[in-house]
Design a protein around this ligand. Sequence first.
Ligand code: ADP
Length: 683
Amino acid sequence: MTTQVNKFDTLLIANRGEIACRVMRTARRLGLKTVAVYSDADATARHVREADEAVRLGPASARESYLNVDAVIEAAKRTGSGAIHPGYGFLSENGAFVNALDQAGITFVGPPASAIAAMGDKSSAKARMHNAGVPLVPGYHGDDQDDALLRAEADKIGYPVMLKASAGGGGKGMRVVESGDGFQAALDGCRRESKAAFGDDRMLIEKYLVQPRHVEVQVFCDTHGNGVYLFERDCSVQRRHQKVLEEAPAPGMTPELRREMGEAAVRAAQEIHYVGAGTVEFLLDADGSFYFMEMNTRLQVEHPVTEMITGQDLVEWQLRVAMGERLPLNQDELTITGHSFEARLYAEDPEQDFLPATGRLERFALDLAGAGLAPDQVRLDSGVESGDVVSMHYDPMLAKLIVHGADRDAALATLNRALAALDVQGVVTNRAFLQRLATHPGFKNLELDTRFIERNEATLFAPKAYRLEEYASAALIGLGQLARECESDSPWDRHDGFRLNAPHTIRIALCDPASVQADDSDAVVVVEGTRESDADPWNLTLTGGSVDGATLTARLQQLDGDAVAVTLNGHRRRLQARRDGHVVVLSDPAGETRLFWRRIDAIDHGHHEAESTLTAPMHGTVVTLLVEPEQRVEKGMPLMVMEAMKMEHTMTAPADGYVECFHFNAGDTVGQGDVLLDFAADA
Ligand code: ADP
């Protein structure tokens, strides 16, 4: 056991973005000098601005900069850095880098190379874990790779099974096999993939758990032989095996299960003579059985949720352990307080298969006070500020929003308010997707497993991309509805003053009914319809979304029942159209489309009679009341403002008179048809 003392006063952080900034924060607090490294793409990045010193590594490509072992070591020597913190990604799990640092006499803030190697190969890691008494997913991880033997092992385990590349990672060479029939083809495919990706085609087989949760344990070991666990995190909300939302503690853990999993994780770490921060990942089955999956031999992205519930600074622990100190606390001194969530903010478009996005961040701000949140409830770990450029060269994670609450419900409510208060402009992000996840009833109700996103695709992915014909047809139906209601002199008409017999322009806003309330203004398409007389077709101009700038001539003909014929630029289509309040439901053999519409042009009350009440024309929010009850107003004077679909709608006085009373206040939500105010018209 090595117990040498490695005091250092200068720390180089071999990383970028939010983790580099986060490590620097702790290093500064401990009185260390901080050194950043950067590529040409990051010359003015936040981590460079915040460091005491910074050294250029090379061009933008990661291979020539952040992954360049020689350049990083050279930078450490130039700046007299006694230690290097690798963050995560890049060089954090690279045994060759650790060996090179040993030779250069620089302390690596992390485990020894031998521990990284021990966990690098899935098959040998499983064999060692088995020896240490850590439960494994039932399966086969032997050296004999004969086809018939593998098939016999799979039959013995029972289907479905999962084939995994022993040398694997990142989901490559990994397949689920549903039955014996498909086994050979899957085996051949996995071997090819693994050979291509890792130059190695050894396979292991595991029982495939159908609805497991991903629960991982944070462990810490020092160079004096001590090891503790800092409890667990639930990271079941994943997209393509990548974590999106994490929380600690894991919901539904009993004290016994927590201790069992924690002790198994410490055994796993001590089996490989681990030092520093590590994470042992388990699959937790519905019946409470848990199985070792892998160990990540570094600090993880989601470590802050553990910091929030334990009140510990894990980077400080890492630095102290690297200096040769003992672990700051024993197992029985560690406790859990409250609940914490982390949401990862990525520059990416969830609606385009999570395609990474780039650009200049016009604004990046979190107004805690404005959202009524206290600084000890919310932590924003960020690598960017307003004005920074998000490039295509690196991982698109911009920041992490971490919250703490007395219990899970309180923390989740805080997460939602903080997500809403996060103002990001200029670059597409997954913020709205995170909001949909965090407000999802299934998530709140603990329906957690690794296929949560997959199972809830229909409700999690936003506003579908509508086609031009769908917008135009829904707009025409909205126009037709306005016209009919005018003829029947309905209450709606009396508010809107639709004049059938004059040349007119009418503007209609359309959006996915699911986003009427959401902050999703780019999902709104505005259709401007004009025509000279009722006999003419409408001339439609569309603004917004993917159909911005489109123009067409359009006609609507009512057929029998719900059937209508919509003729756009001379192309006639027959479809079924139903109305459900302000939602138009269009259906044809290809499927059903729903669009919410409302009129947004100036509203003319010219020829209408006095009203006794004014009702809300759509579902929305009251923005402001503009007059006092009993105050005298003239016909047409604005009385109150409502908002829906990010657009304002002003309710005006239908006659000379006064408002007797308002039924809502600013900020209230109103439903379509709700009575907003009582109005007394002059006799
Ligand atoms: P990689 O190293 O390629 O990322 P892992 O072994 O860590 O692969 O597995 C990644 C993810 O795949 C897990 O988080 C889990 O969602 C799923 N998974 C892995 N093994 C199993 C299994 N035996 N049964 C069910 N799901 C599994």
